[in-house]
Design a protein around this ligand. Structure first.
Ligand code: PMT
Length: 333
Protein backbone atom coordinates (compact mmCIF):
# COMPACT_ATOMS: atom_id res chain seq x y z
CA UNK A 1 0.00 0.00 0.00
CA UNK A 2 1.14 3.54 -0.76
CA UNK A 3 1.32 4.92 2.81
CA UNK A 4 1.75 8.54 1.78
CA UNK A 5 -1.37 8.26 -0.36
CA UNK A 6 -3.26 6.23 2.25
CA UNK A 7 -3.01 9.09 4.75
CA UNK A 8 -4.36 11.69 2.27
CA UNK A 9 -7.90 13.08 2.27
CA UNK A 10 -9.93 11.86 -0.79
CA UNK A 11 -9.68 15.24 -2.58
CA UNK A 12 -5.90 15.44 -2.04
CA UNK A 13 -5.55 11.88 -3.23
CA UNK A 14 -7.51 12.67 -6.43
CA UNK A 15 -5.35 15.75 -7.05
CA UNK A 16 -2.20 13.61 -6.64
CA UNK A 17 -3.58 10.99 -9.06
CA UNK A 18 -4.42 13.67 -11.64
CA UNK A 19 -1.01 15.30 -11.28
CA UNK A 20 0.74 11.98 -11.66
CA UNK A 21 -1.41 11.06 -14.69
CA UNK A 22 -0.29 14.18 -16.55
CA UNK A 23 3.35 14.05 -15.35
CA UNK A 24 3.82 10.50 -16.59
CA UNK A 25 1.74 10.67 -19.79
CA UNK A 26 3.71 10.63 -23.06
CA UNK A 27 3.78 14.28 -24.20
CA UNK A 28 1.61 15.29 -27.16
CA UNK A 29 3.57 15.52 -30.41
CA UNK A 30 1.54 18.40 -31.82
CA UNK A 31 0.81 20.48 -28.70
CA UNK A 32 2.26 23.68 -30.21
CA UNK A 33 0.05 23.37 -33.28
CA UNK A 34 -3.06 22.55 -31.19
CA UNK A 35 -2.40 25.48 -28.89
CA UNK A 36 -2.05 27.88 -31.84
CA UNK A 37 -5.27 26.61 -33.46
CA UNK A 38 -7.14 26.91 -30.15
CA UNK A 39 -5.90 30.46 -29.53
CA UNK A 40 -6.99 31.61 -33.02
CA UNK A 41 -10.37 29.86 -32.81
CA UNK A 42 -11.21 31.28 -29.38
CA UNK A 43 -10.19 34.79 -30.38
CA UNK A 44 -12.31 34.62 -33.55
CA UNK A 45 -15.37 33.44 -31.61
CA UNK A 46 -14.94 35.41 -28.38
CA UNK A 47 -18.07 36.60 -26.48
CA UNK A 48 -17.52 40.14 -27.87
CA UNK A 49 -18.53 38.75 -31.29
CA UNK A 50 -21.82 37.54 -29.78
CA UNK A 51 -20.84 33.88 -30.29
CA UNK A 52 -20.67 30.97 -27.89
CA UNK A 53 -18.20 28.10 -28.06
CA UNK A 54 -18.92 24.48 -27.19
CA UNK A 55 -16.35 21.70 -26.92
CA UNK A 56 -18.01 18.45 -28.04
CA UNK A 57 -16.10 15.27 -27.16
CA UNK A 58 -16.87 12.20 -29.24
CA UNK A 59 -15.81 8.58 -29.72
CA UNK A 60 -13.97 6.21 -27.37
CA UNK A 61 -10.47 6.49 -25.94
CA UNK A 62 -7.97 3.63 -26.24
CA UNK A 63 -5.62 2.32 -23.57
CA UNK A 64 -2.33 1.08 -25.05
CA UNK A 65 -0.81 -2.05 -23.47
CA UNK A 66 2.67 -1.52 -24.92
CA UNK A 67 4.61 1.72 -25.46
CA UNK A 68 5.19 0.72 -29.08
CA UNK A 69 1.53 -0.13 -29.21
CA UNK A 70 0.46 -3.36 -30.87
CA UNK A 71 -2.44 -4.13 -28.54
CA UNK A 72 -4.87 -1.81 -26.82
CA UNK A 73 -8.15 -1.78 -24.89
CA UNK A 74 -10.92 0.24 -26.50
CA UNK A 75 -14.08 1.98 -25.27
CA UNK A 76 -17.07 1.53 -27.53
CA UNK A 77 -18.51 4.65 -29.18
CA UNK A 78 -19.32 5.10 -32.86
CA UNK A 79 -19.09 8.88 -32.51
CA UNK A 80 -22.61 9.33 -33.88
CA UNK A 81 -23.81 11.26 -30.80
CA UNK A 82 -20.93 13.72 -30.96
CA UNK A 83 -21.01 14.20 -34.74
CA UNK A 84 -24.79 14.74 -34.92
CA UNK A 85 -24.72 17.05 -31.88
CA UNK A 86 -21.98 19.12 -33.53
CA UNK A 87 -24.22 19.72 -36.56
CA UNK A 88 -27.11 20.89 -34.37
CA UNK A 89 -24.84 23.12 -32.27
CA UNK A 90 -23.56 24.76 -35.47
CA UNK A 91 -27.17 25.18 -36.64
CA UNK A 92 -27.98 26.82 -33.28
CA UNK A 93 -25.23 29.41 -33.83
CA UNK A 94 -22.42 27.89 -31.73
CA UNK A 95 -18.78 27.62 -32.74
CA UNK A 96 -17.68 24.01 -32.08
CA UNK A 97 -14.40 22.45 -30.98
CA UNK A 98 -14.94 18.83 -32.03
CA UNK A 99 -12.56 16.68 -29.96
CA UNK A 100 -13.04 13.29 -31.59
CA UNK A 101 -11.54 9.83 -31.86
CA UNK A 102 -9.73 9.35 -35.19
CA UNK A 103 -11.80 7.24 -37.59
CA UNK A 104 -15.19 7.69 -35.88
CA UNK A 105 -18.23 9.55 -37.31
CA UNK A 106 -17.65 13.10 -38.49
CA UNK A 107 -20.25 15.87 -38.76
CA UNK A 108 -22.18 15.93 -42.07
CA UNK A 109 -20.89 12.51 -43.19
CA UNK A 110 -23.76 10.38 -41.91
CA UNK A 111 -25.55 10.04 -45.25
CA UNK A 112 -22.31 9.03 -47.01
CA UNK A 113 -21.30 5.35 -47.32
CA UNK A 114 -18.59 4.05 -44.98
CA UNK A 115 -15.90 3.89 -47.68
CA UNK A 116 -17.10 7.17 -49.16
CA UNK A 117 -13.99 7.94 -51.21
CA UNK A 118 -14.28 4.71 -53.18
CA UNK A 119 -18.08 4.58 -53.30
CA UNK A 120 -18.90 8.19 -54.10
CA UNK A 121 -16.36 8.89 -56.83
CA UNK A 122 -15.55 7.39 -60.22
CA UNK A 123 -13.08 7.89 -63.04
CA UNK A 124 -14.22 9.52 -66.27
CA UNK A 125 -13.02 8.38 -69.71
CA UNK A 126 -10.31 11.04 -69.56
CA UNK A 127 -9.18 9.65 -66.17
CA UNK A 128 -10.31 12.62 -64.12
CA UNK A 129 -12.39 12.07 -60.97
CA UNK A 130 -16.09 12.86 -60.69
CA UNK A 131 -18.88 12.28 -58.18
CA UNK A 132 -21.18 9.38 -59.02
CA UNK A 133 -24.68 10.58 -59.87
CA UNK A 134 -26.19 8.28 -57.20
CA UNK A 135 -24.29 10.11 -54.42
CA UNK A 136 -24.05 13.60 -55.84
CA UNK A 137 -26.71 15.26 -53.61
CA UNK A 138 -25.31 13.74 -50.41
CA UNK A 139 -21.73 14.65 -51.33
CA UNK A 140 -22.70 18.24 -52.26
CA UNK A 141 -24.56 18.68 -48.97
CA UNK A 142 -21.73 17.23 -46.84
CA UNK A 143 -19.00 19.23 -48.57
CA UNK A 144 -21.08 22.43 -48.60
CA UNK A 145 -21.93 22.43 -44.87
CA UNK A 146 -18.52 21.20 -43.77
CA UNK A 147 -16.48 23.67 -45.84
CA UNK A 148 -18.75 26.57 -44.83
CA UNK A 149 -18.33 25.78 -41.11
CA UNK A 150 -14.54 25.42 -41.36
CA UNK A 151 -14.03 28.45 -43.63
CA UNK A 152 -16.14 30.69 -41.38
CA UNK A 153 -13.97 29.58 -38.46
CA UNK A 154 -16.90 27.89 -36.69
CA UNK A 155 -15.62 24.31 -36.61
CA UNK A 156 -12.26 23.17 -35.22
CA UNK A 157 -11.63 19.42 -35.41
CA UNK A 158 -9.05 17.98 -32.98
CA UNK A 159 -8.45 14.21 -33.19
CA UNK A 160 -7.29 11.84 -30.42
CA UNK A 161 -6.73 8.11 -30.13
CA UNK A 162 -5.43 7.26 -26.65
CA UNK A 163 -6.64 8.26 -23.19
CA UNK A 164 -3.33 10.16 -22.80
CA UNK A 165 -4.03 12.29 -25.88
CA UNK A 166 -7.70 12.83 -25.00
CA UNK A 167 -7.13 14.10 -21.47
CA UNK A 168 -4.15 16.27 -22.38
CA UNK A 169 -6.06 17.92 -25.24
CA UNK A 170 -9.20 18.30 -23.09
CA UNK A 171 -7.12 20.13 -20.48
CA UNK A 172 -5.64 22.41 -23.16
CA UNK A 173 -9.09 23.19 -24.56
CA UNK A 174 -10.56 23.85 -21.11
CA UNK A 175 -7.78 26.12 -19.89
CA UNK A 176 -7.92 28.03 -23.20
CA UNK A 177 -11.71 28.41 -22.94
CA UNK A 178 -11.53 29.73 -19.36
CA UNK A 179 -11.50 33.32 -20.68
CA UNK A 180 -14.99 32.79 -22.18
CA UNK A 181 -16.61 32.54 -18.73
CA UNK A 182 -20.23 31.36 -18.86
CA UNK A 183 -20.29 31.60 -22.70
CA UNK A 184 -18.21 28.40 -22.94
CA UNK A 185 -19.72 24.92 -22.80
CA UNK A 186 -18.47 21.33 -22.50
CA UNK A 187 -20.62 18.54 -23.95
CA UNK A 188 -18.76 15.40 -22.90
CA UNK A 189 -20.16 12.58 -25.03
CA UNK A 190 -16.86 10.69 -25.49
CA UNK A 191 -16.63 7.23 -23.92
CA UNK A 192 -13.63 7.65 -21.64
CA UNK A 193 -11.53 4.75 -20.33
CA UNK A 194 -11.90 4.08 -16.61
CA UNK A 195 -8.70 1.98 -16.37
CA UNK A 196 -5.28 2.36 -17.93
CA UNK A 197 -1.68 1.19 -17.82
CA UNK A 198 0.53 4.03 -16.55
CA UNK A 199 3.19 4.86 -19.14
CA UNK A 200 6.15 4.14 -16.84
CA UNK A 201 4.89 0.68 -15.93
CA UNK A 202 4.09 -0.24 -19.54
CA UNK A 203 6.41 -2.63 -21.41
CA UNK A 204 8.10 -1.09 -24.44
CA UNK A 205 7.78 -3.93 -26.95
CA UNK A 206 5.01 -6.31 -27.91
CA UNK A 207 3.94 -8.55 -25.01
CA UNK A 208 5.07 -12.08 -25.88
CA UNK A 209 2.40 -14.75 -26.00
CA UNK A 210 5.05 -17.49 -25.53
CA UNK A 211 5.28 -16.47 -21.84
CA UNK A 212 1.79 -17.90 -21.21
CA UNK A 213 -1.41 -16.19 -19.97
CA UNK A 214 -1.25 -12.49 -19.33
CA UNK A 215 -1.78 -11.04 -15.84
CA UNK A 216 -2.16 -7.32 -15.86
CA UNK A 217 -3.12 -4.76 -13.25
CA UNK A 218 -4.78 -1.63 -14.53
CA UNK A 219 -4.73 1.65 -12.63
CA UNK A 220 -7.85 3.78 -12.37
CA UNK A 221 -8.05 6.80 -14.65
CA UNK A 222 -8.73 9.71 -12.31
CA UNK A 223 -12.11 11.38 -13.00
CA UNK A 224 -11.32 14.66 -14.65
CA UNK A 225 -14.81 16.17 -14.40
CA UNK A 226 -14.13 17.67 -10.97
CA UNK A 227 -10.84 19.17 -12.21
CA UNK A 228 -12.62 20.69 -15.19
CA UNK A 229 -15.22 22.33 -12.93
CA UNK A 230 -12.85 23.32 -10.15
CA UNK A 231 -9.74 24.52 -11.94
CA UNK A 232 -9.58 24.26 -15.71
CA UNK A 233 -12.75 26.20 -16.55
CA UNK A 234 -15.01 26.77 -13.51
CA UNK A 235 -17.55 29.07 -15.23
CA UNK A 236 -18.25 26.89 -18.29
CA UNK A 237 -21.64 25.18 -18.66
CA UNK A 238 -20.98 21.44 -18.37
CA UNK A 239 -22.93 18.45 -19.65
CA UNK A 240 -21.73 14.92 -19.05
CA UNK A 241 -23.20 11.60 -20.18
CA UNK A 242 -24.02 8.51 -18.17
CA UNK A 243 -24.24 5.30 -20.08
CA UNK A 244 -25.39 1.80 -19.11
CA UNK A 245 -25.53 -1.37 -21.18
CA UNK A 246 -28.75 -2.78 -19.66
CA UNK A 247 -32.28 -1.71 -20.57
CA UNK A 248 -34.03 0.70 -18.23
CA UNK A 249 -37.78 0.42 -17.90
CA UNK A 250 -39.62 3.50 -19.13
CA UNK A 251 -42.20 3.34 -16.32
CA UNK A 252 -39.35 3.54 -13.84
CA UNK A 253 -37.82 6.61 -15.40
CA UNK A 254 -39.42 8.98 -12.95
CA UNK A 255 -38.62 6.87 -9.90
CA UNK A 256 -35.50 7.02 -7.81
CA UNK A 257 -35.08 3.24 -7.97
CA UNK A 258 -33.68 3.41 -11.49
CA UNK A 259 -29.95 2.67 -11.33
CA UNK A 260 -29.07 4.77 -14.36
CA UNK A 261 -30.84 7.78 -12.89
CA UNK A 262 -29.21 7.25 -9.52
CA UNK A 263 -25.84 7.32 -11.25
CA UNK A 264 -26.80 10.43 -13.23
CA UNK A 265 -28.02 12.21 -10.07
CA UNK A 266 -24.77 11.27 -8.37
CA UNK A 267 -22.70 12.68 -11.28
CA UNK A 268 -24.74 15.89 -11.15
CA UNK A 269 -24.00 16.43 -7.47
CA UNK A 270 -20.51 14.96 -7.13
CA UNK A 271 -19.01 16.60 -10.21
CA UNK A 272 -21.25 19.71 -10.13
CA UNK A 273 -22.43 19.18 -13.69
CA UNK A 274 -25.18 21.47 -14.98
CA UNK A 275 -26.85 18.63 -16.90
CA UNK A 276 -26.29 14.88 -17.10
CA UNK A 277 -27.65 12.96 -20.08
CA UNK A 278 -28.54 9.41 -19.07
CA UNK A 279 -28.67 6.92 -21.92
CA UNK A 280 -28.83 3.19 -22.45
CA UNK A 281 -26.68 1.59 -25.13
CA UNK A 282 -29.49 -0.13 -27.06
CA UNK A 283 -31.94 2.78 -27.13
CA UNK A 284 -29.47 5.68 -27.12
CA UNK A 285 -30.55 6.87 -30.57
CA UNK A 286 -34.25 6.85 -29.60
CA UNK A 287 -34.48 8.48 -26.19
CA UNK A 288 -32.43 9.87 -23.32
CA UNK A 289 -33.23 11.37 -19.94
CA UNK A 290 -31.70 14.72 -19.18
CA UNK A 291 -31.13 15.19 -15.46
CA UNK A 292 -30.74 18.69 -14.02
CA UNK A 293 -30.88 20.11 -10.50
CA UNK A 294 -34.48 21.19 -11.17
CA UNK A 295 -35.76 17.86 -12.49
CA UNK A 296 -35.67 15.29 -15.27
CA UNK A 297 -36.71 15.64 -18.88
CA UNK A 298 -37.32 12.66 -21.17
CA UNK A 299 -36.17 13.55 -24.69
CA UNK A 300 -37.34 11.49 -27.71
CA UNK A 301 -36.46 11.48 -31.35
CA UNK A 302 -39.36 12.81 -33.45
CA UNK A 303 -40.64 9.60 -35.05
CA UNK A 304 -42.88 11.54 -37.47
CA UNK A 305 -39.91 13.21 -39.11
CA UNK A 306 -37.85 11.12 -41.56
CA UNK A 307 -34.20 10.72 -40.42
CA UNK A 308 -34.89 12.69 -37.22
CA UNK A 309 -32.20 12.36 -34.56
CA UNK A 310 -32.63 12.49 -30.80
CA UNK A 311 -29.69 14.95 -30.81
CA UNK A 312 -31.88 17.67 -32.35
CA UNK A 313 -34.19 18.09 -29.30
CA UNK A 314 -31.26 17.45 -26.92
CA UNK A 315 -29.30 20.40 -28.36
CA UNK A 316 -32.42 22.61 -28.34
CA UNK A 317 -32.85 21.93 -24.61
CA UNK A 318 -29.14 22.32 -23.84
CA UNK A 319 -28.89 25.64 -25.73
CA UNK A 320 -31.97 27.00 -23.90
CA UNK A 321 -30.55 26.05 -20.51
CA UNK A 322 -27.19 27.53 -21.47
CA UNK A 323 -28.90 30.85 -22.33
CA UNK A 324 -30.56 30.92 -18.90
CA UNK A 325 -27.22 30.11 -17.28
CA UNK A 326 -25.49 32.98 -19.11
CA UNK A 327 -28.25 35.43 -18.09
CA UNK A 328 -28.08 34.30 -14.45
CA UNK A 329 -24.27 34.48 -14.40
CA UNK A 330 -24.32 37.99 -15.91
CA UNK A 331 -26.91 39.25 -13.40
CA UNK A 332 -24.99 37.91 -10.39
CA UNK A 333 -21.66 39.42 -11.56
O1 PMT B 1 -20.91 7.40 -29.93
P1 PMT B 1 -22.24 6.69 -29.94
O2 PMT B 1 -22.12 5.30 -30.51
O3 PMT B 1 -23.31 7.52 -30.64
O4 PMT B 1 -22.68 6.51 -28.42
C1 PMT B 1 -22.84 7.59 -27.57
C2 PMT B 1 -22.43 7.24 -26.12
C3 PMT B 1 -23.31 6.12 -25.59
C4 PMT B 1 -20.95 6.81 -26.06
C5 PMT B 1 -22.62 8.57 -25.29
O5 PMT B 1 -23.95 8.98 -25.37
C6 PMT B 1 -22.21 8.39 -23.82
O6 PMT B 1 -22.95 7.91 -23.01
N1 PMT B 1 -20.95 8.82 -23.49
C7 PMT B 1 -20.37 8.75 -22.13
C8 PMT B 1 -19.81 7.36 -21.90
C9 PMT B 1 -18.95 7.32 -20.66
O7 PMT B 1 -17.75 7.47 -20.71
O8 PMT B 1 -19.61 7.19 -19.53
P2 PMT B 1 -18.86 7.04 -18.08
O9 PMT B 1 -19.87 6.67 -17.11
O10 PMT B 1 -17.65 6.16 -18.17
O11 PMT B 1 -18.36 8.53 -17.80
C10 PMT B 1 -19.26 9.54 -17.41
C11 PMT B 1 -18.62 10.90 -17.67
O12 PMT B 1 -17.39 11.01 -16.95
C12 PMT B 1 -18.35 11.11 -19.15
O13 PMT B 1 -18.94 12.36 -19.54
C13 PMT B 1 -16.82 11.17 -19.24
O14 PMT B 1 -16.41 12.24 -20.12
C14 PMT B 1 -16.36 11.47 -17.81
N2 PMT B 1 -15.13 10.75 -17.43
C15 PMT B 1 -15.05 9.40 -17.53
C16 PMT B 1 -13.91 8.74 -17.12
C17 PMT B 1 -12.86 9.50 -16.57
N3 PMT B 1 -11.75 8.93 -16.16
N4 PMT B 1 -12.95 10.83 -16.48
C18 PMT B 1 -14.07 11.47 -16.87
O15 PMT B 1 -14.14 12.70 -16.74
Amino acid sequence: MDLAKGSQAPQESLDTDIESFFETAPPLRDDVDISRKLGEFIELNSPSTGKRIVCVTSGGTTVPLEQRCVRYIDNFSSGHRGAASTMYFLEAGYAVIFLHRRGTCLPYCRSLPEDSLLECFELTESSSVQVRQSHSEDVKRAIGYHHAAVEQGLLLKLPFTTIFEYLQILRMVATSMKSLGSHGMFYLAAAVSDFYVPWESMVEHKIQSASGPLDMRLAQVPKMLSMLRKEWDPMAFCISFKNVDFPFVTQQLETDSNILLKKADMALRKYKMHMVVANELLTRNEEVIVVTSTGRVIVHRDKNEADADVEKPIIKLVAERHSTYIQESCSTN
